[in-house]
Design a protein around this ligand. Structure first.
Ligand SMILES: Cc1cc2nc3c(=O)[nH]c(=O)nc-3n(C[C@H](O)[C@H](O)[C@H](O)COP(=O)(O)O)c2cc1C
Length: 218
């Protein structure tokens, strides 16, 4: 049975625009994989703490430390979150844009799952991810617009997620978005309709088995 890991990053819970958009993505995936189970990993609203000192010390060491051999605190939470990610066949990340990039809750999750000697290794050629690649869908919500001709702000969210998830071996990223939630009801309605069309177009030809590389449907 396939597993969809839903990483829910907004502090606004089920009311969040990114949550609603990620639920739509999950709905399309379930149409393709009706027997799939959904694992909800809520990380918004301080659901997972930041990393602790022994984790930071272990990751800064040149070889395996006792914290990695006898995990406690953040190291054991990291292991739990990595194994949850490894078990998934699809990942759906629902996230707001905060200050041009990912919210701190998503960064806290990333600090746990991107771990040297575990999800990536350093090689003379650079970083080498250890995770099997799989489709990752990112549902982004933003108060203003960050892509297209009407964008008035920089976007450090999408390039950052591509770079950091690519580091651990996840290259198959597809982004959807509802942009302009602070621009009034008409703008929100327009953005939702645009997202719905992008979802329809994408999933009408989506074949879980024959995947191409990263796509952007912003
Ligand atoms: C701390 C904070 C920082 C924000 N920074 C940005 C930003 O840089 N760009 C933007 O377009 N919207 C920004 N917003 C607005 C949110 O992205 C917007 O309200 C979004 O729709 C929230 O998504 P959610 O409902 O999924 O939480 C910010 C909101 C907060 C709370």
């Amino acid at each position: 049975m396939k597993t969809i890991l839903h990483v829910d990053c907004s502090p606004r819970g089920h009311a969040a625009e990114s949550y609603q958009l990620s639920q739509k993505i999950i709905g399309f995936l379930l149409q393709k994989e009706p027997a799939a189970s959904v694992v909800d990993r809520v990380i918004g609203g301080r659901a997972i703490p930041h990393i602790d000192g022994s984790y930071a010390t272990a990751l800064g060491a040149t070889q395996k430390s006792s914290a990695e051999i006898c995990p406690a605190g953040s190291m054991s939470r990291s292991e739990e979150l990595i194994q949850e990610l490894e078990r998934s066949d699809f990942v759906v990340i629902g996230t707001p844009m905060h200050n041009f990039t990912v919210p701190s809750a998503l960064k806290a999750w990333i600090d746990h799952i991107v771990r040297v000697r575990r999800t990536f290794n350093t090689t003379p050629e650079g970083y080498a991810g250890t995770l099997r690649d799989r489709p990752v869908f990112v549902a982004v919500s933003s108060g203003g617009r960050f892509s297209g001709e009407r964008a008035r702000q920089p976007d450090f969210l999408t390039p950052y997620l591509k770079a950091i998830l690519g580091t651990i071996g996840l290259h198959d990223l597809t982004f959807f978005s509802v942009q302009g939630t602070a621009l009034g009801p008409d703008a929100v309605a327009e953005a939702r309709t645009k997202a719905d069309h992008a979802l329809q177009a994408y999933f009408s030809s989506f074949r879980p088995q024959s995947r191409s590389a990263e796509q952007v449907c912003l």
